[in-house]
Ligand binder design. Structure first.
Ligand code: ADP
Length: 248
């Protein structure tokens, strides 16, 4: 034991344990916020049903639905995270077109991006790229990166964008998710893929999150034989790269 005591490994485990404790408190807080909103809006409806006009009622219900969606996403992410840790997550590979998937993702994120004042672009090759991967998981990976690109956009910039690019390179495909958001300074580049890790700065201070998103993304890419890395400059923006093998 004396060999281990005071070593870097012990220090690393202590740090991880501390991050896990922080994670639990963040998650509890993150779950409480939507839950509180759902309760408050439901109570208003129950208490004032007779005096609420149809439009307000619909507004309240939509808020409840949005908050419930948010709760579901959080719980799904935590469940995936624990399944990956326990190595019980199943991957169901199938042949599908990446061009079509990106088109689908583009459409489903367009409104959210625009509501945040962000223009979303897609650049697709003419060639139809077929891969043999888990379609739902690839969608989850890209949606997560786009969510982050929107979440960590730079409020100080007038022209905000998110760009998804699909490129074909010999027997490989490359997917780029790029933003001109707040960026990530070099010292954090490797660490952001670690579980529970969040960048602590004046710009990220008010942005909520659990710090497991990118660790789940990296695992999901790697168990399908892919690679993920990034280039980012603080204050300028971030570009995530994902590489998969082409083919059926
Ligand atoms: P979180 O729940 O904190 O968003 P993630 O694992 O998704 O957790 O991301 C880890 C950290 O990486 C974030 O806290 C944020 O500081 C940083 N990050 C991720 N994506 C971006 C991005 N597109 N631009 C700037 N920072 C980012």
């Amino acid at each position: 034991i004396s060999d281990i005591t005071g070593t870097k490994e012990l220090e690393r485990l202590r740090k991880l344990d501390q991050m896990k404790t922080e994670f639990l408190s963040t998650v509890s807080h993150e779950l409480r916020t939507p839950l509180a909103a759902i309760k408050a809006y439901s109570e208003s409806i129950v208490d004032s049903l007779e005096i609420l006009d149809e439009e307000t009622l619909k507004d309240f219900m939509l808020t409840i639905l949005n908050e419930a969606d948010h709760l579901q996403n959080l719980l799904d992410e935590i469940l995936d995270f624990s399944r990956l840790e326990m190595k019980t997550l199943n991957i169901k590979k199938e042949n599908f077109s990446l061009n079509e998937l990106i088109e689908e993702i583009y459409i489903s994120n367009k409104n959210k991006a625009e509501a945040n004042g962000i223009k979303i672009y897609k650049v697709l090759p003419k060639e139809n790229i077929i891969v043999n991967l888990d379609r739902t998981r690839v969608k989850q990976i890209l949606s997560n990166l786009i969510d982050n690109a929107i979440k960590y956009s730079d409020k100080r910039k007038d022209m905000k964008f998110v760009k998804i690019t699909l490129k074909s390179e010999d027997d490989k495909v490359l997917i780029l998710v790029e933003d001109n958001g707040i960026g990530i300074s070099k010292e954090h580049h490797e660490k952001i893929f670690e579980k529970f890790y969040r960048v602590d700065s004046s710009l990220t201070y008010e942005i909520s999150g659990t710090g497991i998103g990118l660790s789940v993304v990296k695992e999901l890419v790697e168990i399908q034989g892919g690679k993920i890395w990034l280039k980012s400059v603080e204050g300028k923006g971030t570009r995530f790269y994902i590489e998969f093998k082409k083919g059926k």
